[in-house]
Design a protein around this ligand. Structure first.
Ligand SMILES: [Zn+2]
Length: 401
C-alpha cells in the first residue's frame, strides 16, 4: 500500500475512533474480574526469580501470548465456562493456580491492566486483531497504518530495529522466534539485519536462528510439524518455545521477542479447555525462561522479562475485533533487570500497547522517540529506574538513530 492510500485510510477512520472514545465505548477499568486477583504483598515472602535484586536492564525478553484475556490472567479459570467445556472441577483454579510462573514474575515486577488498579490498558485499535496489535507493540506507536492481518511488512522503524542499531554487535543479538508467521511483518522493517524465525518456514533471516546443532534440529522439526492448532505456516508453540530457550542459552541476545499463539487458535475454535491448557503451557515456558536466566549469572540478572498480549477477546470469548470494543483490553507484566517489585500499578503504568517499546527503550538507555503518536514510557518503572541511576552513572543514554 502506498503512502497516499495509507494516509487516506487513516483519515477515514480517525474521526470514528474519536467518537467511540468520547462515548466511553472503550473498555473501562472498573470491570470486575471473575474473582479477586492474587495478592502481591510487597513485604511477603519473595519467590521472585531475581531474589528481589534490582539492577540494570541490559537485555530484554519480550513474550507475547496471543489473545489471552485479562479475565483469565487476573481471575483464573472461569467456573461457568469450564463447566460448559466439560472440564474437571480441579481444573477450575484461581489466577495464580493457572499461571504460577507469571505470578512469580509479577511478584518481582510491575503489573499493568489489572482490574481495580489504575486505568485499563488497551490496544489502540480500533480493530482489535493481531497484526495491528503487534505493530503497536513493536513500533511503540498508536498509529501503525494497519487495521487488518493482511497488511504488508511494516516500513516503520521498530523497537527491534532501534535495538539493532544501538545495542547489537551482530545480527544475532536481536531475535524474533514466533509461532505465527505474520508476526514477522510487525517485528522489524529490516528483518535481514536480525535473526528471525516466524512460523514453520517464515522469516527471511531464519538461517541465523540455527545457532548450533540443537537449534537447527528444533527449527527443522518445527518446519515439518503439523500446523495445528493453527493453519498455513503456523508453528505450534511447543517448537517456538524450545527454539527460543536454546537460542537464549547459546546466543545470550540483547533483545529476543518470543511470540506464542496456540491460545488464540483454540479460542477461535471455541475450545475453552484447550485454550486454558495452552495458557498453562505458555506459563510453563515463562517458568523455563526464568530458570534458564537464573542459571546465566549476570546476563540473567540484567535481563528484563516482559509478558503481554496483542488483544483480548469479545464477551462471547471466541472472537475479537471491530465489533467487540471489550476485546481491546490487554495486560502487561514487566519483571527483572532494572524493574523493581512495584506490584499492581495504580498509576504510572502502561495504558496502551504503544507504551511498551518506549518503556523498554528507556530501561535500555536508548534515547526517547519524538512523535505525536508515540507511546509513553511507564512512569512508575522509569522513575524508579531514574531515581536509582540518573546522576550516578553519568548518563547512559545512547543516540536513538
Ligand atoms: Zn492475536
Amino acid at each position: 500500500m502506498d503512502l497516499t492510500l495509507k494516509a487516506a485510510s487513516r483519515g477515514k477512520f480517525a474521526p470514528l475512533f474519536i467518537v467511540l472514545s468520547a462515548c466511553g465505548w472503550l473498555p473501562r477499568a472498573d470491570v470486575k474480574a471473575p474473582r479477586p486477583s492474587p495478592v502481591l504483598a510487597q513485604d511477603g515472602p519473595r519467590e521472585s526469580w531475581n531474589e528481589g535484586r534490582v539492577g540494570r536492564t541490559e537485555n530484554v525478553v519480550l513474550v507475547t501470548i496471543d489473545g489471552v484475556r485479562w479475565q483469565d490472567v487476573f481471575g483464573g479459570v472461569d467456573p461457568a465456562m469450564a463447566t460448559m467445556a466439560g472440564m474437571r472441577a480441579d481444573d477450575v483454579v484461581d489466577a495464580e493456580g493457572l499461571m504460577p510462573n507469571l505470578y512469580a514474575l509479577a511478584r518481582a515486577g510491575a503489573v499493568s491492566g489489572a482490574p481495580g488498579h489504575g486505568r485499563a490498558m488497551t490496544a489502540t485499535g480500533p480493530n482489535y486483531v493481531s497484526l495491528p496489535g503487534y505493530l503497536e507493540i513493536f513500533t511503540g506507536s498508536r498509529d501503525v497504518g494497519c487495521r487488518t492481518n493482511g497488511c504488508d511488512a511494516t516500513k516503520m522503524r521498530t523497537f527491534l530495529d532501534a535495538a539493532r542499531d544501538n545495542l547489537a554487535v551482530r545480527d544475532e543479538d536481536i531475535a524474533v522466534i514466533s509461532s505465527w508467521d505474520a508476526l514477522a511483518r510487525a517485528a522489524s522493517s529490516a528483518p535481514h539485519r536480525i535473526a528471525m524465525s516466524a512460523g514453520r518456514t517464515g522469516g527471511v533471516s531464519r538461517e541465523k536462528v540455527r545457532v548450533d546443532d540443537v537449534a537447527a534440529r528444533l527449527v527443522d522439526e518445527g518446519a515439518t510439524a503439523a500446523a495445528a492448532p493453527g493453519d498455513g505456516d503456523y508453528r505450534p508453540d511447543a517448537y517456538t518455545a524450545a527454539i527460543a530457550l536454546r537460542y537464549l542459552d547459546v546466543v545470550r541476545p540483547r533483545v529476543m521477542a518470543v511470540g506464542l499463539g496456540d491460545t488464540d487458535e483454540y479460542a477461535h475454535a471455541g475450545d475453552y479447555a484447550s485454550y486454558i491448557q495452552a495458557i498453562r503451557r505458555a506459563d510453563q515456558f515463562l517458568g523455563d525462561l526464568r530458570m534458564h536466566l537464573k542459571q546465566m549469572g549476570k546476563y540473567g540478572e540484567q535481563t528484563t522479562i516482559v509478558v503481554t498480549c496483542d488483544h483480548g477477546r469479545s464477551s462471547g470469548f471466541t472472537d475479537h475485533g471491530w465489533d467487540a470494543p471489550e476485546s481491546g483490553r490487554v495486560w502487561l507484566i514487566t519483571s527483572g533487570g532494572a524493574v523493581p517489585a512495584l506490584g499492581y500499578l495504580d498509576e504510572g503504568g502502561a495504558e496502551h500497547l504503544a507504551d511498551i517499546a518506549p518503556t523498554l527503550e528507556a530501561l535500555l538507555g536508548m534515547a526517547p522517540r519524538h512523535d505525536r503518536w508515540s507511546g509513553t514510557p511507564m512512569a512508575a518503572v522509569t522513575q524508579a529506574f531514574a531515581a536509582k541511576y540518573v546522576g550516578k552513572a553519568g548518563g547512559r543514554t545512547t543516540a536513538y538513530r
